[in-house]
Design a protein around this ligand. Structure first.
Ligand SMILES: [Fe+2]
Ligand SMILES: [Fe+2]
Length: 148
């Protein structure tokens, strides 16, 4: 983690699909906004940031799952469960934000996002990219090519 942030997108995180890379970039920016909440102490800001993150994550997961379905990704069922669990967890944070201390809750949220970014974006999302790479002769879909 870069000081004061969850992460910073870099080409090491590329999944080889431009639209998904751009979404990961934006997702990480949204996560970093939540990191800043720790200083803001505002319930409204927490709810707004969480709401935006949930909406964008749902859209990104839909795109990613469509891509994985098209490439017939071998680990798609487990990957989809991880996406669904993330949304459920974010929604529970949103509910808890209504009556819990924002500064305490935001620490828990940032720890969860930090771990999720490291385990999901950096490991699980890269797995479908590696599987796509390993299949010789299969054309990349959705405007593939490494982002730089
Ligand atoms: Fe994913
Ligand atoms: Fe992703």
């Amino acid at each position: 983690m870069v000081a004061g942030t969850i992460a910073k997108w870099s080409s090491d995180m590329s999944v080889g699909v431009l639209v998904l890379d751009e979404e990961h970039r934006f997702l990480i920016e949204e996560m970093n906004s939540l990191h800043a909440i720790k200083k803001m102490k505002s319930q409204d800001t927490l709810e707004n940031c969480l709401g935006r993150l949930i909406c964008f994550a749902i859209k990104h997961f839909f795109h990613e799952e469509s891509y994985m379905a098209k490439m017939r990704y071998s680990r798609m069922p487990a990957h989809k469960v991880a996406h669904d669990d993330f949304i459920v967890k974010m929604q529970s944070f949103l509910r808890r934000g209504a009556d819990e201390d924002v500064t305490v809750l935001s620490v828990e949220i940032v720890e969860y996002l930090d771990e999720w970014c490291a385990q999901h974006i950096l490991v699980e999302d890269r797995r479908y990219a590696l599987e796509a790479d390993s299949r010789s002769g299969q054309d990349r879909m959705w405007g593939g090519g490494r982002s730089r």
